[in-house]
Design a protein. Structure first.
Length: 150
């Protein structure tokens, strides 16, 4: 019951906060500023290594290809050095710097890119499904830089 209410609260927060954050960053798109999104992954206990292996095998190459295409300027992954509380725990944070907000929010056919890069779609789809099955949580957070010197 408590877990359900937490999930609902998170859902409600992102339903409200995400469009506001996207609108706030969208104004910077006209200035052609980079648009940064952090993607958080919380793996089930004991499955972080498996998640990382599958991420590196199937998703990271797709992100690198988008870098070659000019859609993404930079991508990197962080993980916490120490453990946090279970509520605040995350295992991996992938930060993607898109060219700008327009590029980040426009339609992009990633499935076509995946089909081109991974001809064995049966294996690819099975491994991607597994990558998400072993997660306890996943959330995306658009971020902006705060100018401290102005």
């Amino acid at each position: 019951m408590i877990r359900t209410s937490r999930v609902f609260a998170l859902f409600l927060f992102f339903t409200i906060a995400l469009p506001v954050a996207v609108r706030a960053q969208s104004s910077s798109a006209t200035e052609d500023r980079p648009f940064v999104v952090e993607y958080y992954y919380k793996a089930k206990w004991g499955h972080a290594d498996e998640f990382l292996k599958l991420f590196k095998k199937n998703h990271y190459p797709v992100l690198k290809k988008q870098m070659e295409m000019g859609r993404i300027a930079k991508v990197w992954m962080d993980q916490p050095r120490y453990h946090a509380t279970e509520e605040g725990r995350w295992d991996f944070r992938v930060t993607i710097v898109f060219k700008n907000a327009t590029v980040a929010n426009e339609s992009f056919d990633e499935a076509a890119l995946q089909k081109q890069m991974y001809p064995d779609q049966e294996t690819f789809q099975r491994e991607e499904q597994r990558r998400f099955e072993i997660l306890d949580g996943h959330w995306d957070l658009p971020v902006k830089t705060v100018e401290l010197e102005k």
